[in-house]
Design a protein around this ligand. Sequence first.
Ligand SMILES: [Zn+2]
Length: 366
Amino acid sequence: MQSIPLGRVAGIPVSANWSLVLLLGLLGWQLDQTIFPSADPGLSPTAYLAMGAIAAVAFALSILLHEFGHALVARREGMTIHSITLWLFGGVARFEGFFPSGAAEIRIALAGPAVSLILGFGLFGIAHIAGLPLATETVVWWLAMINIILGVFNMLPALPLDGGRTLRGIAWAITGSLRRATTIAMHVSRIIAILVIASGIVLAVSLGDVLGGVWLAFIGVFILQAATIEAQINSTPPTVDNRRIRDVMHPFTASVTLTTRIDTIAAPLAAAAPGTAYPVIADGEVQGLLLREVVLALPPERQHTASAADLMIRRPELTVITPDEPLGAAQRAIAHDRWGRALVVDDGILVGIVGLTDLGGRPVAV
Ligand SMILES: [Zn+2]
């Protein structure tokens, strides 16, 4: 299992990757064992443990707020947010589709670090309020620092960090080409990644900070890999497709009843195109769908005993859409359908069928 679901916030599913649990454990332990005792000597071990645990959880919440900064601005830009996953280096907000423009990408990218920096400086202000208990002040001070670090680190101009996205947004706005902007951002990201790795090696070998050096080199390797993946995903924006389901759906060429024996239709179905399906009709209503691949998978000796009712996909299990639905929205519904198809129903009347391949441009006969 990759991630642990945490529930929904503002309608967006939030989950945590296992790496975050590991990071929070390590972080809490380091805070409890070294950072808080040296910042605030003389407290009880229980106090340090509580401070470490509270700080680690508050750090996870800070990352979540950072991601919500991105997600809420993205929503205002008209994008759909699929999910937010918290993990080792912060969080990842997954968007559906592509950024509408360079300017939109810049605004979405800057929203996260803006939240972190506002949070950081705000917490600094709180830490300076006179009369706070010493332990509280130390935790708030540390949280302020970590949020500022989070904001600043994310502004490194390397994909997939926010600074890299900002850089690509700027290059996109200037060149007018997402592809060229991604290439530019990817080259810069690789240089940054190599510099980060090199400084990790220097830190470990020359300055003797092995743990810090390995950590830095690890971040560099991560950027190097992630930037390459990012470039592959985002280099080609889709062509805008304004078509609707009625433009790509197929009317049914034949229908069967619940009692139609499979051997009577096996031959025409075998000769039909891949993707062919027959609606199963009873009392003027669609009861299910008989798929060509399901019929062909039935051993020939069973064809004369099986009926359409035995093999059909029942109505409640089918995805149903309307002919006015835009292709993009329907694509998601059909992608989640077990059979990769949807019945097209207009005002309660079956008008056709659409398959995932229709949306990809390859015609499918039904
Ligand atoms: Zn971010």
